[in-house]
Design a protein around this ligand. Structure first.
Ligand SMILES: Cc1cc2nc3c(=O)[nH]c(=O)nc-3n(C[C@H](O)[C@H](O)[C@H](O)COP(=O)(O)OP(=O)(O)OC[C@H]3O[C@@H](n4cnc5c(N)ncnc54)[C@H](O)[C@@H]3O)c2cc1C
Length: 286
């Protein structure tokens, strides 16, 4: 039998976490699968468990006066997918996770802390340079999602900490792209996911970002490859598109992604960029 704590507020939870290092349990959609022992047998955990679903401090989605989007760690994929204030790429990724029943239970904090290379939410969060607020009884610290996830199933979470919220500053963009490929339409773990955003002002690419999920030990993003396009005129895209897609291909792990998936990624990037070069209207492309 595992010891189970059910704190009523964040302070209580952080005290328990500091004292016992109890594992936080949010939706349980990853944790219960990892701890299962077979049909009819109680799950077993390596240490005490702390059910965190009562923590109001980790709930809700809000937008602050400066436009910063704040998503509580306990926000479910359904809540995120249905909230129009959430930035496009995050909303879209949340809407394509698992099946409806899973989306009603799976939380964003759990998806990040689980740090699966195939997890859907870290990918758009890394695209948008999102921050995580980590709470401990000794205070709070803020870490970029990209730094927090250090590899497959590896994070910087200390055993006295809980993810409190995710903070995303607004990013200016004119053209958006998101695509996820799974083995089937619903309830499918990513085989490939790609987010791109482009900001074009008076024919010049002012900002360009791309991030790939399920493509290595963690989400792939390359500021170096992005710089190949930033500052170029839109009309120059056809001259640089192969240099960019080849640079992008080099950061994708051949081990995690077979050739055909890397080729699909290259093709999606190229098609999207060439559409922009041809004068595609600002908007969402999928
Ligand atoms: C059938 C099925 C389909 C799935 N499909 C997808 C899919 O399409 N895409 C996808 O990305 N994932 C998918 N998943 C995986 C899973 O649902 C997600 O990763 C989900 O977001 C995990 O959230 P949770 O609240 O259930 O986490 P939990 O299982 O409660 O916890 C997961 C991990 O995060 C830690 N944790 C949770 N909350 C916090 C917190 N606030 N602070 C610190 N640590 C915390 C836990 O200790 C644990 O280590 C699927 C799972 C199943 C079973």
């Amino acid at each position: 039998m595992s010891t189970c704590y059910i704190p009523e507020n964040l302070t209580e939870a952080l005290e328990i976490r500091k004292k016992t290092h109890a594992i936080p349990l949010a939706g349980g959609t990853d944790l219960m699968v990892q701890a299962k022992n077979g049909i009819g047998v109680n799950p077993s955990f390596p240490s005490p468990v702390m059910i965190i679903t009562n923590l109001k401090e980790l709930r809700g989605i809000r937008v602050e006066d400066d436009g910063t989007l704040v998503i509580g760690a306990l926000a479910t994929s359904s809540e995120i997918a249905h909230d129009e204030r959430v930035f496009f790429h995050i909303r879209k990724a949340a809407s394509q996770m698992g099946a409806v029943s899973l989306r009603n239970t799976a939380t964003i904090g759990g998806n990040i802390a689980n740090a699966s290379p195939k997890g859907d939410l870290p990918q758009p969060l890394i695209l948008l340079d999102a921050d995580l607020v980590l709470s401990s009884i000794d205070g709070e610290r803020t870490v970029k999602v990209d730094d927090f996830i250090t590899g497959a199933k590896k994070t910087l979470l200390r055993d006295d900490e809980i993810i409190k919220e995710i903070r995303v500053s607004p990013v200016k963009a004119t053209h958006y792209f998101y695509h996820k490929i799974g083995t089937r339409k619903a309830n499918a773990i990513s085989k490939l996911s790609l987010s791109v955003l482009v900001d074009v002002e008076e024919g010049i690419i002012k900002d360009f970002r791309a991030s790939s999920g399920a493509s290595g030990d963690k989400v792939k993003r390359s500021r170096e490859a992005e710089m190949i396009l930033i500052g170029r005129a839109v009309a120059e895209i056809p001259s640089y598109v192969d240099e960019f897609t080849n640079a992008w291909n080099r950061i994708l792990s051949p081990h995690a992604m077979p050739e055909y998936r890397r080729e699909s990624t290259k093709r999606m990037l190229k098609d999207f960029l060439l559409k922009i070069a041809e004068g595609a209207e600002p908007g969402i492309y999928e």
